[in-house]
Design a protein around this ligand. Structure first.
Ligand code: SF4
Ligand code: SF4
Length: 372
């Protein structure tokens, strides 16, 4: 018997036609379909709007199998996802039409769980998406992280070999994250430093924004391919702007009003947090536009500087609460290292430009300039 389409599956699970149409609209918005060239072309060819393109895809496609590995991690990205306040969307995408194997969330454990993974790898070879959370590590041939007696490198390489694409979620999987902080005893790396022959997208953050992870999965589900990325393999739809670009404290930055301590008048009045260490100007992520908890808030809005958690090696970038401390970590090897190097140059250049401009404006040297 042939597999049911996603639409058939959802209808059998009790989703009404009306809710299906709503779901397709949400999904198309989430993946920004109406803004992509492919999405526009598909819509024009089929004479449909973006939601119609999604509906058509879900009516013809069967569910997308996903294997989700956790390597050196704290499960923070899984935690964030499971506590996301948009359960209808995340639940539908992840539970009903996607994930086959997820160590933290699945009901099975031990031998049964491993058997489920093996079955998925065999049955859907070349078709499933591999999501990796946590960093792989090279030290002692991967012995620092073993699961069921096998090294993380073995497990990663085996699952990657049959994957259609890989999504590295969280800073750990993308760039090494916390386990990769100096002195990096386990030799943690980003997945892209180890697997080099598969399409990979990075969704860095600590944790990754749940809606971004779901959005990228949804993109693959509908379009059959990963979204366009920047040089660090981050999806442009979510990482095309800095935190600073959409920050609600930006008017204070422009006016040269900077909070000097957390308890002071500036902090109470919502002034810019740059002097308290905010890395918003050099950090690419969707926090200030998408926000967290269904658009409720994000760290800078809540009074805490951006730590730059979606940038490579942000743990080693100096004091989190030190103004002007753009990431200065010595880059690691491979692609991550090169990318980090580029980030350092950009960060240093921005910081320098800020200082010069600020001095010219006759303000304190530690603060950024007023924009033209
Ligand atoms: S990226 Fe951060 S939150 Fe996610 S697993 Fe790694 S340490 Fe935890
Ligand atoms: S420096 Fe930080 S707090 Fe200030 S405007 Fe930019 S992102 Fe917002």
């Amino acid at each position: 018997m042939s597999e049911k389409t996603i639409y058939q599956q959802l209808r059998e699970d009790g989703l009404s036609r009306r809710d299906f149409v709503k779901f397709c609209g949400l999904l198309s918005g989430m993946i920004g379909l109406e803004f992509t060239a492919t999405g526009k072309a598909l819509g024009a060819a089929a004479r449909r709007d973006a939601a119609g393109v999604v509906a058509e895809a879900l009516k013809s496609k069967t569910r997308l199998p996903i294997i989700w590995l956790e390597l050196q991690d704290c499960a923070g990205c899984t935690e964030a996802l499971s506590r996301s306040l948009s359960p209808s969307l995340s639940n539908l995408v992840l539970n009903r039409i996607a994930v086959d194997y997820q160590e933290t969330l699945m009901a099975a454990a031990g031998v049964q769980a491993e058997e489920a993974k093996r079955r998925t790898m065999e049955k859907y070879r070349g078709q499933y998406v591999l999501v990796v959370e946590g960093s792989p590590c090279l030290g002692l041939d991967g012995a620092y992280c073993t699961i069921g007696g096998r090294s993380n490198l073995d497990i990663l390489r085996e699952a990657a070999a049959g994957a259609a694409a890989i999504i590295a979620t969280g800073n750990c999987a993308a760039f090494g994250g916390l386990p990769g902080a100096r002195p990096n005893p386990t030799e943690a790396r980003g997945v892209m430093d180890i697997i080099t022959d598969k399409p990979i997208v990075n969704i860095p953050g600590c944790p990754a924004i749940p809606d971004v992870t779901t959005g990228v999965i949804a993109h693959f589900l509908v379009m059959g391919a990963l979204p366009k990325t920047d040089a660090l393999k981050r999806p442009l739809a979510f990482y095309g702007h800095t935190i600073h670009d959409h920050c609600l404290r930006r008017p204070f930055y422009e006016a040269g009003e900077f909070a000097e301590d957390f308890g002071g008048q500036g902090a109470r009045e919502g002034w810019c947090l740059y002097e308290l260490g905010c890395k918003g100007p050099t950090t690419y992520n969707a926090c200030s536009s998408l926000k967290w908890e269904r658009g409720l808030s994000f760290p800078v809005q809540s009074g805490h500087p951006c730590l730059g958690c979606s940038e490579p090696h942000f743990w080693d970038g100096g004091g989190f609460y030190q103004g002007q401390s753009a990431p200065l970590a010595k880059p690691g090897s491979g692609a991550t290292g090169l990318a980090a190097g580029a980030g350092v140059v950009l960060g240093a250049a921005l910081a320098g430009a800020n200082r010069v401009g600020k001095r010219a404006a006759g303000k304190k040297t530690a603060a950024p300039p007023k924009a033209d």
